[in-house]
Design a binder for this molecule. Structure first.
Ligand SMILES: Cc1cc2nc3c(=O)[nH]c(=O)nc-3n(C[C@H](O)[C@H](O)[C@H](O)COP(=O)(O)O)c2cc1C
Length: 341
């Protein structure tokens, strides 16, 4: 699967052993006039910081006790998932190398169906090629019987509300806005206006739908508190995989203080640099209740479609089970900061 992805993504992604945002990787070092590809914005420091922030933490083995088979079940808005791991709202993968790599329709289908087959949920994103008429993500979710989450870029209010309505018709589990998408390079270079959203605007969006609304792209306590104030159902602590602003901290570096302020009042989800179940355990120990994974799923879907996504999600679950067993956590509710050293 990874070999196939390496061939198809030639010049875009090296499908390295570590997807770490190191400045020497071929995806890194954005240059003027070139599309962002799969790397990070500018110097790529924000992408790299996500990886480095997780590397600061290690896991404490705790072994002398009765053996356990950890339970990774996770309740997400009333839906029982096999794991607290979902696929991030990644969009525009067809722009990497045209339809020879993968079409946007096939990519969305691979993510949503592969996740469903693994017992979890695929989130779908939004980019300049998407419109109400061509909403590849929502279409794929509709085919899967509503099994997915739709995240809309912070476009004008009316367009977002129309996307939310379409998501309701498709019976999506939840919708949301990636508020950090106001820094989107792809939208800016294709003349698709995106905006910062005020408390008032977010309240208007939330009252326009009966679905739970997720605010993705929270990197400070102030924004997390405002997400509660506007009535959001969840936040995603995220810097968009380091693609919207150069020189932001890694998400694992800000997660603990944000979660400490808001946990219990709103769902806290996180993404950025999560590559294995060991990373998932670290994020849950720092205060998240679930995680999203982005870039690894691009490689899985390009390499082997929905089967690739399913295999990768099962790998994520298996490594989480191993991490929990070796640190003495029998369920995700039992994970505390104590597992970290
Ligand atoms: C190619 C690419 C496209 C993305 N498109 C979107 C998008 O449309 N909407 C969104 O909310 N986030 C988007 N993201 C960010 C991801 O949802 C997620 O936050 C990030 O990829 C997580 O980091 P990771 O790739 O290191 O796992 C994109 C990321 C990548 C790499």
């Amino acid at each position: 699967m990874r070999n196939l992805a390496r061939e198809k993504l030639k010049g875009i992604c090296g499908v390295y052993k570590d997807c770490d945002g190191d400045p020497r990787r071929l995806c890194q070092g954005q240059s003027y006039g070139r599309a962002l590809g799969i790397g990070g914005i500018g110097s790529g420091a924000s992408f790299n910081n996500n990886f480095l922030a997780l590397r600061k933490h290690n896991l404490k083995m705790e072994l002398i006790e009765k053996d356990i088979v950890p339970n990774t079940f996770y309740d997400f808005f009333g839906i029982k998932l096999t794991m607290p791991i979902m696929v991030a709202s990644v969009a525009g993968v067809n722009s990497f190398g045209g339809d020879n790599v993968i079409t946007e329709q096939d990519f969305c289908h691979a993510v949503v169906q592969g996740c469903k087959d693994a017992g979890t949920l695929g989130w779908r994103g939004d980019t300049y090629t998407y419109s109400l008429e061509n909403s590849y993500g929502i279409d794929a979710i509709a085919v899967a019987g509503g099994y997915g989450v739709k995240i809309v870029k912070p476009r004008d209010q009316k367009t977002i509300i129309n996307f939310f309505k379409k998501a309701e018709e498709a019976r999506c589990v939840a919708v949301g806005v990636d508020i950090d998408g106001c820094g989107s390079y792809a939208m800016a270079t294709h003349n698709k206006p995106v905006f910062k959203k005020s408390v008032k605007s977010l309240k208007e969006l939330i009252s326009a739908t009966n679905l739970p609304v997720i605010i993705k792209g929270v990197m400070c306590i102030k924004d997390a508190l405002k997400a509660i104030e506007v009535g959001a159902a969840a936040i995603v602590v995220s810097n968009h995989g380091g693609r919207v602003l150069d020189h932001t901290p890694g998400t694992a570096d800000v997660l603990r203080e944000i979660a400490a302020q808001v946990k219990g009042k709103i769902k806290v989800i996180v993404d950025g640099g999560v590559r294995t179940g060991y990373d998932v355990l670290k994020m849950l120990a720092l205060g998240a209740e679930s995680v999203l994974i982005g870039r690894d799923i691009i490689r899985a879907a390009v390499g082997a479609g929905s089967e690739g996504v399913k295999i990768h999600m099962e790998y994520m679950q298996n490594t989480l089970v191993k991490a929990m067993r070796m640190t003495s956590c029998s369920s995700i509710e039992e994970i505390t900061p104590d597992v970290l050293v």
